[in-house]
Design a protein around this ligand. Structure first.
Ligand code: SAM
Length: 282
């Protein structure tokens, strides 16, 4: 086991549902750290208690990060060893921590990541979808405009798309994905590493219908196939997109003019249209 280095920020993953997935090294770091910074001190306190670890807990979350971050940096500068974990899985991945990592790098503090549990990759490797290339989208933005823009940007990608979603929004998000991406092969990975772990494989339409008949329970990762030769045939007739309109208009208008016209009509920016057309060789 490596020696722990004072004044280092360790990024420590914790299990996403199965306590046995705690690695020996992660346990060692949590045991040796002067401070464990975590999202919810009660939640992580229970985990540490279960593991027989007695380290000082310090809360670091979305709502106190502006005060807690500099305090943690000060502790690190004074030579304390800090382990950062989130409620479950990899800290920083759809969880707080990114800002603390940046603060630490700016302050010249060494940041040491530990590998470990992560819902997205765990879901991907058993999904059966293309795992050579994938895009981790995580949670979709909350506002409609941003959500639409993101979908417009990723809709044409050939790589597997991975989304996180809370159980109470899963049906709505599945319907939204079906509507915007078309009916593609998809997988719902539920309750990973837990007793009721399930993988539902089908098309977005089938899985959405299925979800609508049951009460969604537990945690889900949504995986959707990218556009590919084998999936294109499944896609319903497109309702149209700004990209298509931009390409058509570019036949008879300048790129600048098309950017202006399309951005005025669709929920996208001129810059986005402009750059899209350049990529398309217009
Ligand atoms: N940091 C975590 C990681 O590395 O995977 C992700 C935390 S994010 C706040 C929580 C989301 O991850 C959930 O809404 C769900 O989409 C996904 N997730 C976490 N644990 C899961 C599990 N056991 N099974 C399925 N999805 C899970």
């Amino acid at each position: 086991m490596n020696e722990i280095i004072p004044g280092t920020l360790y990024l420590v993953p914790t299990p996403i549902g199965n306590i046995s997935d705690m690695t020996e090294r992660a346990m060692h770091i949590l045991q040796q750290a002067d401070v464990v910074a975590c999202e919810d001190t009660r939640h992580t306190g229970l985990l540490l208690h279960h593991l027989g670890v007695r380290s000082r807990l310090l809360s670091y979350h979305e709502h106190n990060k502006h005060e807690a971050g500099p305090r943690i940096i000060q502790l690190l500068e004074e030579g304390s060893t800090v382990a950062l974990c989130s409620d479950a899985g990899m800290p920083v991945i759809s969880d707080p921590g990114a800002e603390l990592v940046r603060l630490a790098i700016d302050a010249g503090i060494s940041v040491v990541p530990l590998p470990g549990p992560n819902a997205a990759l765990t879901a991907l490797i058993a999904s059966g979808l293309d795992s050579r290339q994938f895009l981790f989208v995580g949670f979709l933005p909350k506002t409609n405009g941003k959500k639409e823009r993101m979908l417009a940007e990723i809709k044409t990608l050939r790589v597997t798309l991975i989304f996180y979603e809370a159980p109470h929004r899963i049906k709505r998000t599945m319907r939204f994905l079906l509507d915007r991406l078309g009916n593609r092969p998809a997988v719902l990975a539920r309750e990973l590493t837990k007793k009721f772990e399930t993988f539902q494989r089908g098309t977005l339409e089938e899985l959405t219908k299925h979800l609508e008949m049951e009460l969604p329970r537990g945690e889900y990762v949504i995986l959707v196939a990218g556009t590919g030769e084998d999936t294109e045939a499944d896609l319903p007739k497109d309702k149209g997109s700004w990209q298509e309109e931009a390409v058509t208009l570019a036949e008879s208008h300048s790129v600048k003019e098309v950017s202006r016209l399309v951005a005025a009509k669709w929920d996208c920016s001129r810059r986005e249209v402009y750059q899209f057309l350049l990529r398309e060789g217009k």
